[in-house]
Design a protein around this ligand. Sequence first.
Ligand code: MN
Length: 428
Amino acid sequence: MDWTVDPQRRSFLTPGEQASHTPFPLQNLPWGVFRRPDGSPTCGVAIGEWALDLGELEAAGLLPELDHPSPLFRRSSLNRFASLGPDSWRKVRERISELLGDDEARLRDDHELRHRALFRRTDIQMQLPFEIGDYTDFYSSREHATNVGTMFRGPDNALQPNWLHLPVAYHGRASSVVVSGTPIRRPQGQTRPDPDAPPIFGPSKAVDFELEMGAFIGPGNSLGEPIPIDRAESHLFGMVIVNDWSARDIQRWEYVPLGPFLAKNFATSISPWVVSFDALEPFRCNSPVQDPEPLEYLKSPRPDATFDIELQVDITTSSLPQPTTLCRSNFRYLYWSLAQQVAHHTVTGCNLRPGDLIASGTISGSTPDSFGSMLELAWKGDRPIELPDGSTRTMLQDGDTITMSATCHGKYYRVGFGEVSGTVVPCG
Ligand code: MN
C-alpha cells in the first residue's frame, strides 16, 4: 500500500477529530496556486485549515532534488511541476507528507519556518492552478446524453449512433476558464425563440450550470504520437470540479451543424485545489460495463478505471441565503473513463500539453434527483423546480449562486475537492 494514504497517519495541523472531518486531511494534500497575504503567487498544498507554501520549503532546501532547475514552486502555475511526471509528483508528495506528519519535528518544531510557510486558507487568495492552453469538454454521461436526446429528438433517437462507440467531445475555450468565486456575467447573444420569426438579440434567458469534473494533463505527447490507453493515466496530474456554464437558448439556435460555440465560451468555473490520483487511488472503482465493446484503441486495460466521487450542487438566491440542494450525483456514473478520453483525444496524433484541461461532460445519474443541469432537473421547463421560499426556477436568475462540491468518503477519512462557486450577475 502507498503509505501516504495510510489512514493511521495524522498531521500536527489536523489534531483530534479534525483529521476525519476536514476535506483536506494528510492523505489528500491537493495541489494549488495562491497569492500569499503579501500578494506574491506561489504553489502549495492544502492541509486542514492551512495552505503550505512549497516555494518556502523549496528555498529552505527541504524538498527532494528533481530533474529541473529551481525554483519550481515559487511560480504562478503548476505547469512546470506537472510536466515532470508521476515519479516526481510522488517524490514531492511523500516528502510533504513526511514533513506534515505529527511524528516529524523538522517543520512542526521550527516556528520561524512555520510562520513563513503556513497560511490560514482564509488569509490567501486562490488562483487558477494552471496556465490552461487548451480545454476540451467531453459528453461522457450516458444518462445526460439520453436525457438531452430524449427532450430534443424523442426517446427512440435519444443517443446518436456514434455515442456508444466513441467519447463525444468539442474543443472548448481555455481563456474563459475562471477560478471559483469569479462572478458569471449573463451573456448576450442571438436566439430564435419563435421558430416562425427572425432571430433576436439580447441577454440569454436560459443560463444553466453543468455539473462536471475535470482532469489536468501532466506530461504531454508529441504531435503525431498518440497516447496508448494503457499509458493514459500516467499523463493525468489531478482532478478538479468543473461548472461548464451554458446558455441554452443561444446553444439551441447556433449548434447545428458544428456544435456549441458562444453558448459555452463565456465562462467555465473550476475549483482551485487539484486532487492527485495518488489521493484518489483508494476510491478507485469499476466503470459501467460497455456494450458494444469499444474498438481496440479504446479498450480499458482494467475494469476499475474510475473513482467513487460523490457530487452535490446547491443553490442560493437573493431571497434565499440558505443553500438548497438541487442534485446529488457521482463521478463513477460516467460511461467513458478519463483514460479512454485521453486515448481518443490523441489517437489522431493530436498533442496534449501540460496544463490542458479535459472535462467530463455533465454527470447525471439515473434518477431525477441526480440530474446534473437545470435543463434536465426542470425537464426543459416542463417541471419547474420549487425552492423552499415558494419561488421556482427553470433556468438561473441574476443573483443566483451555484455551488458544487465533491467528496470521496472513506471509512476513516474523506478526500474532498472543496467547492466551485459562481454567482450569475446581470449583463451590461
Ligand atoms: Mn459541458
